[in-house]
Design a protein around this ligand. Structure first.
Ligand SMILES: Cc1cc2nc3c(=O)[nH]c(=O)nc-3n(C[C@H](O)[C@H](O)[C@H](O)COP(=O)(O)OP(=O)(O)OC[C@H]3O[C@@H](n4cnc5c(N)ncnc54)[C@H](O)[C@@H]3O)c2cc1C
Length: 367
């Protein structure tokens, strides 16, 4: 019998598996294709994961810019993840089983995890880190990107060594995201920040094609298709503990979760270890509390308010809003994007935006 079984071998599941194994818990990770490489291009703020090793960084762009109606230099290091390096860093100490979890039953002393081929795994505690699947009835961030040689990307952006976090020029309902990948190529992505239902990928792809052909460029072979569910509800407490995107760890207004999931793996594993001797129900409760303390729930509510406000703004107002956001002191920007338990910082960012916004923007912040 394993102490912990985790469904899902994405960044969240692997981070948690490593953290549990390091604390001496016999850990099993289940994934339908555990050796399949992660295809998404993951970016994160360096200050969210200061322990990320160099081997897990594909590129640290020389500068990070944003463009609302005007340019802004962001004083935070943005990093592009090296997926193979991140996986390696999150590997070791746990067993990996190839299979898909199809059901779980909980008893007094543990859980029985059923795989779709009929195998059964006995576990003290079960975590679901199997991601969040888009269903069409939720707020979603969607994007369509292509990878271009750096010299081609220079026809669209001023520098191939700079991360363009968002560029609202020339788009009606979205922005351009430009990321050097560290191998002489650049990801150029047409992004819809948030919409319910998500803006269809074909619309974004057509928009990107128009942008590329106006610059005399053809799309390359490598494409990136992004659908991120933004409003996964905070999970109810129970014997099954969700983790990662499945646990609502995606920031509702930005779509980011990788850094948060990796960072939370240690405190969640600590909570499980501390309460292990009191049985699986106590350990599950402790894991839930570590994942979603009341401060994180309160911040989540504020972030969701931000999401709804953003989605209520007409397209011409959104770049003006981001001009305001990116002129805030860096600490306030960080509080909103990364301060998961920082109630006062998040509230201060939102109230400062409200106070300084022209009426044209302010009326949409009232909600
Ligand atoms: C293209 C793309 C780009 C993104 N870019 C960023 C970014 O730059 N920064 C960021 O922070 N976030 C980004 N996100 C959002 C989010 O962080 C990612 O979706 C991230 O992969 C979520 O990690 P996860 O481990 O929770 O889930 P996933 O990565 O979705 O992993 C879930 C795993 O569970 C497995 N699984 C599914 N069902 C079962 C089952 N029944 N049994 C066992 N295993 C199962 C899946 O095969 C998969 O391996 C992006 C998302 C996409 C789609």
């Amino acid at each position: 019998m394993a102490d912990v079984v985790i469904a899902g071998g994405g960044p969240a599941g692997r981070a948690l598996a490593r953290a549990c194994a390091r604390r001496g818990l016999a850990t099993v990770l289940v994934d339908p294709a555990p050796d399949r490489r992660w295809k998404a291009t993951y970016g994160l703020w360096g200050d969210e994961l200061p322990l990320l090793p160099k081997s897990a960084i594909a590129c640290a762009p020389s500068a990070t810019l944003a463009f609302g109606t005007g340019p802004h230099i962001l004083e935070r290091q943005y990093l592009v993840v090296d997926n193979a390096g991140l996986r390696d860093w999150l590997s070791g100490g746990y067993d990996v089983v190839s299979g898909a979890v199809s059901g779980v039953e909980h008893g007094r002393f543990g859980s029985t995890v059923r795989l779709s081929d009929g195998r059964l795994l006995a576990a003290g505690l079960y975590f679901d880190a199997s991601g969040a699947r888009p269903k069409g009835d939720r707020y979603e961030q969607t994007a369509f990107g292509v990878v271009l040689p750096a010299e081609d990307a220079l026809r669209l952006v001023d520098s191939a060594d700079t991360a363009m976090f968002m560029d609202w020029r020339g788009s009606e309902q979205g922005f351009l995201y430009v990321l050097p990948l560290g191998d002489g190529t650049v990801l150029v992505e047409e992004t819809s920040l948030a919409r319910k239902p998500g803006l269809p990928l074909e619309v974004l792809a057509a928009r990107l094609r128009t942008r590329l052909s106006a610059a005399g460029l053809k799309p390359g072979d490598r494409e990136e298709r992004v659908r991120i569910v933004l409003d996964v509800p905070v999970p109810r407490r129970g014997r099954m503990v969700p983790f990662g995107a499945a646990a609502g760890l995606v920031h509702p207004a930005t779509g980011y979760s990788v850094a948060t999931s990796v960072r939370l793996a240690d405190p969640v594993a600590d909570a499980v270890t501390r309460t292990w001797d009191r049985g699986p129900a106590e350990a599950a409760s402790a894991a839930h509390r570590a994942l979603w303390p009341s401060s994180a729930r309160a911040v989540h509510g504020l972030r969701r308010y931000g999401l709804r406000a953003l989605c209520g703004m007409p397209p011409e107002v959104v770049p003006v809003f981001f001009d305001l956001f990116f002129t805030l002191p860096t600490g306030l920007q960080r509080a909103f994007t990364s301060g998961r338990e920082d109630i006062s910082g998040t509230a201060e960012t939102m109230s400062t935006l409200f106070r300084t916004a022209p009426w044209q923007v302010r009326k949409y912040l009232i909600g």
